[in-house]
Write a protein that binds this ligand. Structure first.
Ligand code: UTP
Length: 301
């Protein structure tokens, strides 16, 4: 019988150096976009894709993630006794009750591949999703990226990796794939390489933070040595996986924000702010005012 994707792994043990000092004592994945932390957007995306268990890989200074998904007794009592019903609902409904959360520690930040390998004892022999919450993705027509990918997995029963075309000069920031049998939506990956120099890159199709992987990846990760940047790279294990199984690339229908970078984070904040049901109009008026203020930076652009 074909197995369903029921578990999602959230590697969240990176050092987040691009956001220091904000990430000194708090994980990057807890940075809010308007009023919700990145990790909650990721969890909601997984839940909307039918995923039942969320496996968080956490490191030092990551207590805020388990705390966020846990019950907050004192806060709830306080909100209830002061009649703040709406806020109480928000706090109590961070995740639906039927979704379970599992927390595993990655003692040392040895790389994304190593973080994913930490999930092996929980995921075991099932296909599973990997969600990098700092890649925030707004799916078209409200359909999340992971739900789209699960459809592709259900159809082809093979690993699926989310890709996006990036400017050719930026290939050295991403895993880059070479594909065949490209129908414009999905394609078969023929090779994958971590952060190639633009002159060596096989294409400009970049891996962005969503994967559905078959469990064979764990055996391959166990044999993967350190790669680019002295880290155990998931990309290197996927390159090995290609020797045994088909792996498909899927182009997301939606927009991705690279919230691991300051600029991407600010773009997401502005765009989600403009769409926010309570803030949107006032925020748009504020931005228009800024653009019209003589001498302001926004008016000069
Ligand atoms: P990044 O490449 O964004 O690294 O990791 P980082 O450490 O989080 O951030 P910078 O580059 O120093 O600013 C990609 C994803 O892999 C996770 C991160 O938490 C992020 O979700 N990761 C990375 C781990 O869980 N463990 C690691 O050892 C490395």
């Amino acid at each position: 019988m074909n197995k369903k994707v029921l578990k999602a792994v959230f590697p969240a043990a990176g050092l987040g150096t691009r956001f220091l000092p904000a990430t000194k004592a708090s994980p990057k994945e807890m940075l809010p976009i308007v009023d919700k932390p990145l990790i909650q957007y990721g969890a909601e995306e997984a839940e909307a894709a039918g995923i039942e268990s969320l496996v968080f890989i956490i490191g030092r200074a990551k207590r805020a993630i388990p705390d966020h998904f846990d019950k907050a007794y004192e806060l709830e009592v306080e909100l209830e006794s002061s009649g703040k019903e709406k806020l109480l609902q928000i706090v109590q409904n961070v995740l639906p009750e039927e979704v379970s959360c599992i927390y595993l520690r990655q003692a040392e930040a040895k790389g994304l591949g190593h973080a994913v390998l930490c999930a092996k004892p929980v995921v075991r022999d099932e296909p599973f999703a990997v969600i990098l919450a700092d890649d925030l993705i707004k799916g078209d027509s409200g359909r999340g990226a992971m739900a789209q990918m699960v459809d592709v997995y259900d159809k082809y029963q093979c690993s699926v990796i989310l890709v996006e075309e990036v400017p050719p000069e930026e290939t050295n920031k991403y895993g880059i794939v070479e594909v065949t049998e490209d129908d414009g939506e999905t394609a078969i990956i023929s090779s994958i390489v971590e952060k190639p120099d633009p002159k060596d890159a096989p294409s400009n199709l970049a891996v962005v933070g969503r994967y559905i992987l078959t469990p064979r990846i764990f055996d391959l990760l166990e044999q993967t040595g350190t790669g680019k940047g002295g880290e155990i790279q998931l990309t290197d294990a996927i390159a090995e996986l290609l020797k045994f199984e088909k792996v498909r690339a899927y182009r997301v229908k939606g927009k991705r924000y690279d919230c691991g970078s300051k600029l991407g984070y600010m773009e997401a904040t502005v765009e989600y702010g403009l769409e926010h049901p309570e803030l949107g109009e006032d925020f748009a008026a504020y931005l228009r005012g800024l653009a019209c203020t003589p001498g302001s930076k926004a008016s000069k652009e």
